[in-house]
Design a protein around this ligand. Sequence first.
Ligand SMILES: Cc1ncc(C[n+]2csc(CCOP(=O)(O)OP(=O)(O)O)c2C)c(N)n1
Ligand SMILES: [Mg+2]
Length: 803
Amino acid sequence: MEQTRRLSEKYLNKENILADYRLANLSRNLSIIGRREVLSGKAKFGIFGDGKEIIQIAMAKQFMEGDWRSGYYRDQTWMMAMGLYDSVEFFHQLYGNTDTKINPGSGGRVFNNHFSVRNINPDGSWRDLTRQKNSSADISPTAGQMPRLLGLAYASKLFRQNPDLQRFTTLSVNGNEVAFGSIGDASTSEGHFWETVNAAGVLQVPMAISVYDDGFGISVPKKYQTTKGSISEVLKGFGAEPGKPGIIIYKGRGWDYPGLVMLYEEGIRLCRRDHVPVLFHIDEVTQPLGHSTSGSHERYKSEERLKWEVDFDPIRKMREWIIEEGIATPDEVDKMAAEAEEEAKQSRKKSWDMFQAPIKIERDALVKIISDRPCRCQEPAKEEAVDKIAEELGRVLNPIRKDNFMAARKILRNICETCDASANLKEELYGWLKRNYSDASKSYDSFLYNETPTSVLKVKPIPPVYSANSAEVPGRQILRDNYDKLFAKYPLLVTFGEDTGKIGGVNQTLEGLQKKYGELRITDTGIRETTILGQGIGLALRGMRPIAEIQYLDYLMYALQILSDDLATTHYRTAGRMIAPLIISTRGHRLEGIWHSGSPMSMLINSVRGVYVCAPRDMTRAAGFYNTLLEGNDPAIVIEPLNGYRLKERMPDNIGEFRIPFGIPEVLSQGTDITIVTYGSTVRIAAEAVKQLAAHGISAELIDVQTLVPFDTGKIILDSVRKTNRVLFLDEDVPGGTTAFMMQETLEKQGGWFYLDSPPKTLTAKEHRPAYTTDGDYFSKPNAEDIFDAVYSMIKETVPQKY
Ligand SMILES: Cc1ncc(C[n+]2csc(CCOP(=O)(O)OP(=O)(O)O)c2C)c(N)n1
Ligand SMILES: [Mg+2]
């Protein structure tokens, strides 16, 4: 009663309360029916938001246009309350419908209850992000939504505090946007959660995390997850105090509708107004249907707990509250609930029909081709096989496309070769296959990279220009002067990382620039690679142009999960609806020892498809990649060669302007006997080897790949191999690593094997990590002598009389 009195007028309105009650019921019924659909085999897997309905309805009331969500798979009610999701789409997601017109969030690429809202238009242009409610796309790994949440909130801080950004009115309204996050109680055990919470407290950003505490992470109870069994208890040290900014921590109960409405109203108001991070620990949350369709909670919850979950079911409690407070009669509320149940049922049917109709049309066309076939085969066994396959296909109750294609391809194998009629049949079948297969595979095999006009592959290259008096300067200076131009040219550009700000990076590539452009643009961060990456992803989603700096390539491993699961899949998992054009700047390859000179390039290229990978040989190339990237909208990693900061390079006259193209290797020396293919720091060593080889009468063509992904889109390497007929793939990665990748690209994909006179060869670092000291380097990684010997032996094998 007391609570109800304090509920502000705005929310104490019968119509709204009943609408909320109806929505909670609708959502619950969707969960129940959704689970049934999976258990009866119509859908593959299901995970639902049952028990979390009321929290999300209360939270959604505070979510304004321009705000951002970074949540997890329990958020169906929240999304519906914001008008971003409906009951039919709920089932489209469950069935994995690939029609992006009706299942736009993911186009069927991810589990159900993973959501997204466009941040770009189909032509690649940015949407007005202030006029829509934004949801970054969910990922399934627990706590994986946290690092990006930090960046989404951090963007508001930049927009509020940097007056130069006020004019970007379609990206932010003075940084008033709150970034809302949700997470399960058990997932707070992950390091990502702690890193994010700490960084948010340090940065003081408008981030609002809700922890839905249902006491379990699948079957494992809180006592194994959280010290003292309470996340708000253990977070107390982060609490904001007068003069000591921190995080405001609230506690609520998952079944307490008026309490939650008030809690969120107060918390979000402060978060938005003061840019103070808030955390809502919502305890006493239930999960009436258990974790997911993969199991049942009766296996691990006690009788007592199960009973408590029934008694404290949030919908039941809300019903009791409505009746007790005299807001509506039992008949009125029950009518709402019945209506909601009916809507859920109808939605299921509608979605199922929409899912099945095109598949059945496709199947019927195939079956018709077979049943109408004029040819009758001389071989009864084949004839029978064809009929049987078609008949079995016709009998499949709930066909999926795989059934159609399996049948068609098997039928093709059984068509005889003897008469003209069979040729027609084959043609018809191939026609059916071609038409439907390309359409089906496009549903799954597109949007790995930006395919719009803003793709970096469409950026016009500009070569570096030199004049007679172009100065020779240390490589780091090229980067510094280039950055200077870039910060002047792009107001949305920011960079941040460990030691990036005050000293301008450990290699001084940003020397003096913080002073010139301010701390908001060139910024020091804590040692927290995962959230540096996440900070970048969040900023990029909001239309900023972040360069996240990871101090050394070896430390990218700390952030690899987020890089691979989140950044690399952003565009793909949203079927092209979202982009996060984050640039990651790091440095690697040669230096000293196990953790500062790694070149784990195959680890990278194999785990981050969806992110371009640039391996410049010097700082001019590195600068040129940044310049190209800022003209397009793709995520990429640029690995500066660690041993090149002090080496002299000529300063281009058009610093800040020249652009190195992606996917275009550069031929650095012409040769006729062998092609050496390499990238990054090894280019210099190979160049030395080429000189040594020339002195012994061997003419080697040296090719710098430049970008590993994309790889040689113009088949420049093939042209070289066609001429030299021999090829050596060289790098500092492990044996079978990136050299194997380059070999596959060149020999298999480009068809280079056809031109070889000698077996192809790879020369890599040793299997162990690079050892310390110059000798450690010499014996761990390929050196000029190794290259000389490898090439020499290849030539000797084929022309023994000459060597
Ligand atoms: C990194 C990672 N580890 C494990 C899993 C498997 N998994 C999925 S949900 C889950 C439990 C999460 O529990 P909680 O955070 O409390 O959320 P709830 O499902 O209870 O809402 C686990 C272990 C995963 N998805 N990701
Ligand atoms: Mg839980």
